[in-house]
Ligand binder design. Structure first.
Ligand code: AMP
Length: 525
């Protein structure tokens, strides 16, 4: 889960729910992690104010929220409360302490066959429950499937219909995620339950292979392929391929129903925690631990003294955000996570290699190759023209030494360029920088502050160490630089185009926030 502190001006309370943090922002509004008065954790979706002003939107929201509350089943995130009359309408659903399928695959790669089989069973049952309530999901995609400890949970059913026909999308903006939309949806034809089955097929391909069945590039090209091309299912495990291909049939009538899918894979449904690979279970455990510590971090706001008027969605927060920003001082010197260094036996590595986390790599450096080439040319030119230049006998040695130094710096640069790139692992223990078997650990309990500094190609992870801890120093395989009392330790997105860089920087910020919530400083730049 991508938990961010609440910003100044964001609500501290919605209905009877105390907001703890922001989970995300979608086309409809923001999603917040919240607690009910009785202590249940929920996800509250608050509608954007511009949408809330549209009376037709409000009417549809009212209707769909009411139907959503009737959806049962095991594998849907239950809608537990809603207020369509509030200034900004909102909807509260059961909180699922896991990543979305999209995050799980983006961070850990495709899921194993057994997990995908269980996912197929769970999602088919979820669709059955949604369709039984006379709803069609319309936007089943990896970001709308949460991976819970005991099985998947589908979110946003009903809501998608409100959005798909909202005034905002009537202006011609494409609503939804093209690679997961059915051909009939793409063409704007009648959409029924079979459309969700097509999306289910696409979601399963993503889970099993890490890419959608119609590729990941350009919206228009993808829309064309959804309608006209055969899906790419060659990488899907053979046991699931026929089922997935059937779900992806172009004609709705040729697709299986959720019941037919369950007849094929029902026996493989999620069974306890064994349904997930260890890395995903670890992510869920981390989320759960983080959740438990939320109340310690968020100062409790007093319960309202009098009943609230029903049309008021929330109280705006006054300038101070309710979640304290990460501390800058060594108050964070204690472990930022229960599994950090101090709980480990003496002699154990401070930053464990096998502790799951996010991994980043730098590419080989074409800049260093260019530098080496230039230096060699210069040295050659100087050496070749030594006869033409008049040099005093005693300066000759110095001249040759200079040429030798140039050659040496070129060789060193070439060696560095040819070495495999740097690797950085960010996990709940700290940072682990490595290159060909050499590594350096920077545990969180040695760090008082960490963040991204610089911009564009020059974005770098910088750390400030806690008092009494030595700062990381340059070595021949890992060069570091000072930065306003801290140390720049790892370049982010030094290779690739603008989008790669932005994406890498976002991944890095997410990883730092997730694994070092107490010392991560989002305000650095
Ligand atoms: P959405 O606007 O629906 O895409 O939601 C934004 C983010 O909120 C998602 O990516 C999820 O990480 C998170 N989220 C939404 N609903 C829930 C829920 N019921 N439990 C946990 N996280 C949720």
């Amino acid at each position: 889960m991508d938990v961010q502190p609440l910003l100044a001006g964001e609500p501290s309370r919605v209905g009877d729910y105390r907001l703890l943090a922001r989970l995300g922002k979608g086309s409809m509004g923001s999603v917040y992690l919240a607690r009910s008065r009785g202590g249940r954790t929920v996800a509250v979706k608050v509608v954007r104010s511009d949408l809330a002003e549209d009376p037709q939107f409000r009417e549809r929201f009212r209707r769909e929220a009411a139907i959503s509350r009737t959806v049962g089943g095991f594998w849907t995130a239950a809608v537990v409360d809603a207020d369509p009359e509030a200034e900004q309408p909102w909807l509260a659903t059961e909180y699922v302490p896991g990543p979305t399928l999209h995050q799980a695959v983006a961070e850990n790669g495709p899921l194993p066959e057994q997990t995908v089989g269980a996912l197929a069973a769970g999602l088919a049952e979820a669709l059955g429950a949604i369709h039984a309530a006379d709803l069609v999901h319309r936007d089943l995609k990896p970001a709308n499937v949460l991976i819970g400890p005991d099985g998947p949970r589908v979110i946003d059913f009903g809501i998608s219909r409100v959005m798909s026909s909202s005034a905002m999308t009537a202006t011609g903006t494409f609503f939804g995620t093209p690679g997961y939309f059915s051909p009939e949806q793409t063409e704007g034809s009648e959409v029924g339950p079979a459309s969700d089955v097509f999306s289910l097929g696409a979601v399963l391909v993503f889970a099993a292979t890490g890419h959608g069945p119609f590729g990941e590039d350009g919206t228009v090209a993808m829309l064309y392929r959804v309608v006209n091309s055969e899906p790419e299912v060659g990488d899907v495990p053979a046991s699931l391929r026929p089922l997935v291909a059937a779900c992806l049939a172009k004609k709705p009538a040729e697709r299986p129903t959720p019941t037919m899918i369950l007849d094929r894979v029902g026996g493989a449904g999620p069974q306890g925690r064994q349904w997930l690979p260890a890395q995903v279970t670890a992510l869920i455990d981390e989320n759960t631990t983080r959740l438990q510590s939320m109340d310690e971090v968020v100062p409790a706001t007093p319960e309202p003294q009098s009943p609230r008027p029903p049309t008021r969605a929330y109280d705006p927060v006054l300038p101070e955000p309710p979640v304290a920003p990460p501390p800058r001082q060594a108050e964070a010197a204690g472990p930022s996570h229960p599994r950090t260094a101090s709980s480990k036996p003496a002699g154990a590595p401070l930053v464990r290699k096998d502790n799951p986390g996010a991994v980043f790599r730098t590419g080989r450096r074409s800049g260093a190759v260019a530098y080496a080439a230039m230096v060699f040319l210069l040295a050659y030119g100087a050496y070749a023209s030594r006869g033409a230049i008049e040099i005093a006998e005693n300066a000759r040695v110095i001249f040759l030494l200079g040429v030798g130094c140039l050659v040496l710096s070129g060789v060193l640069s070439l060696v560095r360029a040819l070495l495999p790139g740097l690797r950085l692992k960010v996990n709940s223990d700290g940072l682990l920088v490595s290159r060909v078997g050499l590594s350096r650990q920077i545990p969180w309990n040695h760090v008082s502050r960490v963040g991204l500094v610089g911009s564009g190609k020059k974005q770098t992870v910088a750390v400030w160490v806690a008092a009494g801890t030595p700062a990381p120093r340059s070595t021949w395989w890992h060069r570091v630089r000072g930065y306003h009392g801290g140390t720049k330790v790892f370049p982010v997105g030094s290779t690739g185009g603008l989008w790669t860089r932005r994406w890498q920087a976002k991944r890095m910020r997410d990883a730092l926030y997730r694994y070092a919530p107490r010392v991560y400083d989002a305000r650095l730049l």
